[in-house]
Design a protein around this ligand. Structure first.
Ligand code: NAD
Ligand code: UFG
Length: 349
């Protein structure tokens, strides 16, 4: 049987690189498009090393999604079965400061991609949405039917793209689209060769914890200790990035089913973990003490967010396998082997 060609936008990034590896190991031909704005070409090389005999099935184009002629060329030279679309900017705080940058990059990038897909008759898409579209949920677990609300420009780009996808399907039922709402991806590939390497000061909990553990930052600031949670700190649904990557393979399979239209699935574990519980798990995994500084709540933060996983389990036949101990073990393995990520002490701050 001929191998299927899959286009992965943002495939050099954190979640993208882990998914590309799973695609290669699953026998897919994989073409990555990434402008490397928030990633490194080294990640692509590492994925190739891990893919070993399958490495020749990966090709990489340093292209911005908004560069329509360049995208056209890629689609003209390869017939794609489907696209997995990760490419986008994702820092919530930055999106508040620079909304036009976020709307331009995320929306124009996606619209350009969808136009080129349609022009080339490729109408299967898996899109990286986010639990951010639940805003500040009034109850948990979050089911896919919850009302949607964006609390910041980044979240609005996710919400708008979801709506654009629903409109496209409404206009042309040949499209098959799966919107995956990720909860909090953490951890790294168990090899420790690929992982998360954010530029600048990390916004998210675990990249920050990791940088404290390797001595790049003095202490973790805990944002809020007065929430109505088990220990007063915020609760989230952390999911191992390899589980998340496997969720994309399950979504691709689902796209082959004739009845699929525009569907939405949560990808989480269904378990809520507090900041202090996560820090304790990381300390256990790494043997390192993480000094803490407590501060007030971070503006815009939700109190408790975790997923209902029923729909993904039932319809995608996918379920997260790993718990927070494995997430922290693999995060530390990656951090201790690559304290400066894909760069060197001079190349990052
Ligand atoms: P990431 O920044 O590591 O990866 C995104 C990749 O897209 C980067 O390699 C970046 O260089 C590339 N990119 C951005 N704009 C581009 C453009 N215009 N053209 C080409 N390439 C472009 O982020 P990630 O954590 O891997 O996230 C992947 C996707 O999942 C994003 O869409 C993000 O919003 C979404 N998501 C992430 C999280 C999370 O916590 N990591 C949670 C929910 C949803
Ligand atoms: N936290 C700290 N200190 C830090 C960073 C985070 O105490 O230095 C706390 C937060 O207050 C929160 C928890 O750790 O209680 C998790 O925070 P993250 O920033 O890691 O994750 P969020 O759930 O706030 O948001 C992330 C992404 C969003 C995305 C959401 C769900 O930033 O874009 O996950 O996918 F929508």
């Amino acid at each position: 049987m001929a191998q299927k060609n899959i286009l992965v936008t943002g495939g050099a990034g954190y979640i993208g690189s882990h998914t590309v590896l799973q695609l290669l190991l699953g026998g897919f031909n994989t073409v990555v498009v990434d402008n490397l704005d928030n990633s490194s070409a080294v990640a692509i090389e590492r994925v190739k090393e891990l893919a070993a005999d399958f490495a020749h099935n990966l090709s990489f184009h340093k292209v911005d999604l908004r560069d329509k002629p360049a995208l056209e060329q890629i689609f003209a030279s390869t017939k794609f079965e489907a696209v997995i679309h990760f490419a986008g900017l994702k820092a919530v705080g930055e999106s508040v400061q620079k909304p036009l940058l976020y709307h331009n990059n995320n929306l124009i990038g996606t619209i350009t991609l969808l136009e080129v897909m349609a022009a080339h008759g490729c109408k299967k898409l898996v899109f990286s949405s986010s639990a951010t579209v639940y805003g500040w949920p009034k109850e948990v677990p979050c089911t896919e039917e919850f009302p949607l609300f964006a609390a910041n420009p980044y979240g609005r780009t996710k919400l708008f793209i979801e709506e654009i996808c629903r409109d496209i399907y409404g206009s042309d039922s040949e499209w098959k689209i799966i919107l995956l709402r990720y909860f909090n991806p953490v951890g790294a590939h168990p090899s420790g060769h690929i992982g998360e390497d954010p530029r600048g000061i990390p916004n998210n909990l675990m990249p920050f914890v990791q940088q404290v553990a390797v001595g790049r930052r003095p202490a973790l600031t805990v944002y809020g200790t007065d929430y109505s949670t088990k220990d007063g700190t915020g609760v989230r649904d952390y999911i191992h990035v390899v589980d998340l990557a496997d969720g994309h393979i399950a979504a691709l399979r689902k796209l082959d089913e004739p009845t699929v239209g525009c569907e939405v699935y949560n990808l989480g574990t269904g378990k809520g973990t507090s900041v202090l519980e996560m820090v304790a798990a990381f300390e256990k995994a790494s043997g390192k003490k993480i000094p803490l500084v407590t501060s007030g709540r971070r503006p815009g933060d939700a109190e408790i967010v975790y997923a209902s996983t029923d729909k993904a389990e039932k319809e995608l036949k996918w379920k997260a396998k790993y718990g927070i101990d494995e997430m922290c073990r693999d995060q530390w393995n990656w951090a201790s082997k690559n304290p400066y990520g894909y760069g060197s002490p001079d190349s990052t701050d």
